[in-house]
Every structure is written in structure tokens, then in C-alpha cells.
Design a protein around this ligand. Structure first.
Ligand code: MG
Length: 268
């Protein structure tokens, strides 16, 4: 199924995307759907008219830095020998079509990072790589928006990656059965229609199975937790001269088999 969360009658509603329509389910959020079989409820809604919400507000967001060798090299970082884990604030999450915004005197180097996001569906603790995908509910698209100046100055990345609005997600969640091989997906990021990143999840250093197994040794992964799997080469900081997002920039991340996430930027 391809799922979307949208506002309906003052509530949130999960629906199945069927062409230009949404078939509403009797579930208000994804974690509720994980615990029970989907039940169709009500008439079809129009996808074009839907007021889209973030697919979920994850319990925790575990993110992986430098998980594509070419991206590590473009920023003159060493290629990691084990996953580089950091956390992103769930309060940073926004949905498709929402505005990425920041204060001009807080950061002047806001960068894009298109990423495959993995949504956990079953509690996972110390799971094997062989079994790891059994714990996945589905996949969505993330933009791990990054304030490079804060990232450098702060030494760690809590502010740089966690500012309000800096974690656009969605709009579509492709359930696990829709994506038989998460390591064979093209991922393209554009800014104002110009291609900046054009990579493949085949090039992850640590694949989704590895990441779930690795993270589940440190943390209990609960239904509704999310893993950001890292970004391919082509971020703005690595351009010559460097490029950053500005007022009015329109940034899109598209992943084969899932969909497209688009957000405009506003500088406060
Ligand atoms: Mg990232």
C-alpha cells in the first residue's frame, strides 16, 4: 500500500493512495494502523484536494551521517568504518508542502540532504541483519535539512539538524511489500528544478539491514521510530562555490517507488 496522512473533518486520517484518489482508513495515525488490520472507512477523497500532514511524528529519529562514500569524500570526511549515529528532534518534522524556515541571524548556510527514511513497525531489540527487514513497516522520504555553520561551530549536530521545520517527511509511506529491495532506489534532489543530488540507495555503506541490527543493539526500536539512512553526494556545501538554500528556494526529494517531497523555504 501507499499510505498518506491528511486532515479530514478536523482530525487526522490515514488513507490508501489509489491513483488520483485516497481511500480513507478508519485509523487516525500510522502507529494505530501498525497494531490493527486496515479497515476502509467512508468515501474516496481527492488526492489533489487533500490537506497533507506529515506521515507521522516519530517517537525517535535516528540518523546516520556519511553513509555514502562519495558524500563523505565531498566534504573531506573520512569514510566511516561503522555507522555514525546522531539524533534529530521529532519536533523538527513538517510535511510535504510545509515551509522550511529559519532566522537569518541564526544560520546562513542551510543545506539539503535527500534521504530514504525507514519506519519501524515492530519492536526491535538486538535483531539480526538477516531478520532486520521484518521489523520495517515502510519507507518514506526525508530531507535532513542541515545548518552547516551551526554543524561546524557546535561540534555536534543537535541544533544544525534539529531546528524547527528542518525534518520534512513524506508525503507517501510505501509499505514494506511495495519496496522489495530498499537498496536499489534512485534518489534525486532538486533545488528550483535543478538536479543537485542524483544517487542510488545501492551506494549506502551500511545498508538498511545493517543499520537496524546495529541500532537495535543500542536502542529499543519501537513502532513509529524512524531511521534516516544518510544522503548521497551533491550537497550544497560541497559545491564550488558552496550553494545554500535561501528565501523562496523550492527543494524536492524524489525516491523511486515512493514519491516526491517538496518544500519551499522562508527566511525570517
Ligand atoms: Mg543526513
Amino acid at each position: 500500500m501507499k499510505l498518506i496522512r491528511y486532515a479530514k473533518g478536523g482530525n487526522s486520517c490515514i488513507g490508501v493512495v489509489e491513483g488520483d484518489d485516497i481511500r480513507p482508513l478508519g485509523n487516525s495515525d500510522l502507529t494505530e494502523l501498525m497494531a490493527a488490520a486496515p479497515q476502509p472507512a467512508g468515501n474516496l477523497d481527492s488526492l489533489a484536494d487533500a490537506s497533507v500532514l506529515p506521515p507521522l511524528i516519530p517517537g525517535k529519529i535516528l540518523a546516520i551521517g556519511r553513509n555514502y562514500a562519495e558524500h563523505a569524500r565531498e566534504l573531506n570526511n573520512e569514510v566511516p568504518t561503522e555507522p555514525l549515529v546522531f539524533a534529530v528532534m521529532p519536533s523538527a518534522v513538517i510535511g510535504d508542502g510545509d515551509v522550511i524556515e529559519w532566522e537569518a541571524d541564526l544560520t546562513a548556510q542551510v543545506d539539503w540532504e535527500g534521504e530514504l527514511a525507514v519506519i519501524i513497525g515492530v519492536t526491535a531489540r538486538r535483531v539480526s541483519q538477516a531478520d532486520a527487514l521484518d521489523y520495517v513497516f515502510g519507507y518514506t522520504i526525508a530531507n535532513d535539512v542541515s545548518a552547516r555553520d551551526l554543524q561546524t561551530r557546535d561540534k555536534q549536530w543537535v541544533r544544525a539538524k534539529g531546528l524547527d521545520t528542518f525534518c520534512p517527511l513524506g508525503p507517501i509511506v510505501a509499505t514494506r511489500d511495495e519496496i522489495p529491495d530498499p537498496q536499489n532506489l534512485r534518489i534525486v534532489t532538486t533545488v528550483d528544478g535543478v538536479v543537485k543530488q542524483d544517487g542510488s540507495t545501492a551506494d549506502m555503506i551500511f545498508n538498511v539491514r545493517h543499520l537496524i541490527a546495529y541500532l537495535s543493539r543500542a536502542f529499543t526500536l519501537n513502532p513509529g521510530d524512524m531511521i534516516l539512512t544518510g544522503t548521497p553526494a551533491g550537497v550544497g556545501k560541497a559545491m564550488n562555490p558552496p550553494e545554500f538554500l535561501g528565501a523562496g528556494s523550492l527543494v524536492s526529494v524524489e525516491i523511486e517507488g515512493i514519491g516526491k517531497l517538496t518544500n519551499r523555504c522562508r527566511v525570517l
